[in-house]
Design a protein around this ligand. Structure first.
Ligand SMILES: [Zn+2]
Length: 273
């Protein structure tokens, strides 16, 4: 709110300076004929408020505010809001859940191909499966085989997993490692758990390759190391969400690769529109 107040103050100064040169009617004519200044101000105010509402850290926020008049930032943002499948960037976290009856309509079964599956009951949305195939082919050219260990998870299976974890380890520990029903990104049909589903994966050649290359295929690490207080989850080096190439690039370029920040920003931005 401090930034928003500061911006309002700057705008008031702008008003004051202008009224030195124009009487009121001329000024309002100027504002209405020069849409650009008004639109720019509205945009800056909206982005600033969004950054506050999304609780984006100050380092990232000031970089974005420096970019806010840059057409590239606004074009990328508007493209995502208007053209990218909303399920690629919808916020699904501890606070925001999918409904019990949300099931993707285009799930396809994964089979051994350029990647390997460790079970025969794994499903992904078609676009994520296609992207996974492309990424795996690229990995193969470097002698690596990607192993898919988990993918789509229905609301019902989340209920079963969470209940089992609560029974085994108690509610608090269960919340650190598993989602309450509806709160798992896996329900989107856009998420893969790779390899061993342990953080030993991060040290494998495949884990390092995926960490370095996933985003250019549209995949993003959901729960990075050191961000448990942001994401609500301890580090999961194996859990990647397909967000599409545009959103993946947006996350890397403006949000230091932290998916939760970017999706929270998009979530709050949309609420203001
Ligand atoms: Zn996962």
């Amino acid at each position: 709110m401090i930034r928003f107040a500061a911006l309002s103050f700057v705008f008031l100064l702008f008003l004051t300076c202008n009224t030195v040169y124009f009487d009121d009617s001329e000024f309002y004519q100027l504002i209405s004929s020069d849409n650009r200044s008004g639109a720019d101000f509205n945009n800056i105010a909206r982005i600033s408020l969004t950054l506050d509402n999304a609780q984006i850290p100050s380092g990232i926020s000031s970089r974005i505010l420096n970019n806010v008049s840059n057409p590239a930032f606004n074009n990328e943002l508007n493209f995502i809001i208007q053209n990218v499948d909303r399920n690629f960037w919808i916020l699904v976290d501890k606070e925001n859940a999918l409904s019990r009856d949300y099931t993707p309509s285009d799930l396809v079964q994964l089979e051994n191909s350029s990647f390997r599956v460790n079970r025969n009951d794994l499903f992904l949305r078609r676009i994520a499966a296609t992207s996974l195939e492309e990424m795996s082919i690229a990995a193969m050219t470097e002698g690596l085989t990607i192993l898919v260990s988990s993918a789509y998870r229905s609301f019902t299976s989340q209920e079963q997993i969470y209940t089992r974890n609560v029974n085994q380890m108690g509610r608090q520990a269960a919340d650190r490692v598993s989602a309450r029903a509806g709160h798992s990104q896996h329900q989107l049909g856009l998420v893969v758990d790779f390899g061993s589903i342990t953080n030993a994966f991060a040290q494998t050649r495949e884990g390092r390759w995926i960490a370095a290359n996933a985003s250019r295929f549209g995949w993003s690490l959901s729960y990075p190391d050191g961000y448990e207080n942001v994401t609500g989850y301890s580090y999961e080096s194996w859990h990647y969400r397909y967000v599409g190439k545009e959103v993946a690039a947006f996350i890397d370029k403006y949000f230091d690769g932290i998916q939760q920040y970017a999706l929270r920003f998009l979530h709050e931005y949309q609420k203001l529109n």
